[in-house]
Design a binder for this molecule. Structure first.
Ligand SMILES: *Cc1c(COP(=O)(O)O)cnc(C)c1O
Length: 356
């Protein structure tokens, strides 16, 4: 599979570019997409770049019924001197393969997948927005395509990569969000699929999101699926707390998604010599630290927002305000450091960026 040539079929007409000053997340897509097929016995075959277009699937394709699908999310950045940077892209393809393995789906050659992505970005290079804070969002995903209503792992799949120019996540500076601690629904359980990036996890999370947003909360804080006691994630982000000078993030336990941003933050903090621990942390402990005045900061982390500070927790009918509802210095420092490395304005001292 490694030696397979990517066939390139360019679009004859090009779409009009959107206003890069006014991009809505995930609404506009570039002129091309990458697609590759998998057939049991034959493996992955026919890698190709084609004009962006709808895909045709049989209504009985397994993806529609049993949800065998996995995805990734990463970004490409245009630097001031017109280079194109990817941030730790191999981590995303490794994780895509771990997600696939969990769902009995075929794994990809990570090198081929990364080469395909780079080739696609080169073809659609002029779609990468060049304004401060903007980037090209990359969505690789795999779907099962076999026509079969029986419940079993499919024998055919498609791997697709699509690209979408996205605006600055924070237009008016980083804004802290209000979070409701979810005490009824759970996102994932140990032994389930919480550590795989697969569609069902997100569909299952919508209800809690809907309920909390009606009360004015932008996301929920997920607790563990068994005791509803330990903190796991916030919305679809990993979560960090700064308590009494120490930075704490829930340890990976099988139901938490292993974020690339999470890992990068842990490494940055270690690099700076700041105390960072991965361990279980209960909501009770967070709340008590808040009451004692020791909860200095809390924030979510993920590719889309990078850092999302938490200004308020709502738990058991009580409000807990963190850092006066303002962005804390650690969140700001991490945001500046990570985005600076990603867009090439800061030196890449940890060897994280890869030029396309
Ligand atoms: C994607 C995702 C994250 C963050 O992962 P990054 O690699 O940092 O973008 C965290 N939690 C969930 C549930 C996710 O889907």
């Amino acid at each position: 599979m490694k030696d397979q040539q990517i066939e390139i079929n360019l679009a004859t007409t090009r779409k009009e570019k959107p206003d890069f000053n006014n991009l809505q997340f995930g609404r506009t897509f570039t002129d091309h997409m990458f697609i590759m097929d998998y057939t049991e016995g034959k493996g992955w075959h026919d890698p190709r770049i084609v004009p962006y277009q709808p895909i045709t699937l049989d209504p009985a394709a397994t993806i529609f019924h049993y949800g065998q699908t996995v995805f990734e999310g990463l970004k490409a950045y245009l630097t001031k001197d017109e280079k194109v940077f990817l941030f730790r892209p191999t981590k995303n393809f490794e994780r895509l393969n771990r997600s696939s393995a969990r769902l009995c789906m075929p794994e990809l050659d990570e090198e081929l997948a990364l080469n395909a992505l780079k080739e696609l970005i080169r073809v659609d290079r002029d779609w990468i927005p060049n304004l401060e804070g903007t980037s090209l969002y990359i969505r690789p995903f795999i779907i099962s395509t076999e026509v079969h209503l029986g419940v079993s792992a499919a024998l055919t799949y498609q791997f697709i990569i699509i690209l979408s120019p996205v605006g600055a996540y924070y237009k008016e500076g980083i804004n802290p969000v209000k979070i409701a601690v979810e005490t009824e629904f759970v996102r994932a359980v140990q032994g389930g699929t919480g550590n795989a990036k697969t569609a069902g996890n997100y569909a299952g999370a919508l209800k809690a999101q809907e309920v909390s947003s009606k009360s004015g909360y932008s996301q929920v804080l997920w607790l563990d699926g068994k005791e509803k006691k330990y903190v796991e994630e916030v919305g679809s982000m990993n979560v960090f707390f700064k308590i009494n000078g120490e930075i704490i993030t829930p340890e990976l336990n099988g139901s938490i998604l292993e974020g690339v941003t999470r890992d990068s933050i842990i490494q940055l903090l270690q690099h700076w010599g700041l105390p960072i621990v991965e361990r279980k942390i209960s909501m009770e402990e967070v709340y008590q630290a808040g009451l004692d005045g020791k909860l200095e900061e809390a924030f979510g982390t993920g590719t889309a927002a990078v850092i999302s500070p938490i200004g308020e927790f709502f738990w058991k009918n009580e409000k807990l305000i963190i850092n006066n509802g303002e962005t804390g210095p650690l969140a700001k420092k991490l945001y500046d450091a990570l985005t600076g490395i990603q867009n090439g304005t800061l030196p890449d001292s940890l060897g994280w960026v890869e030029e396309v």
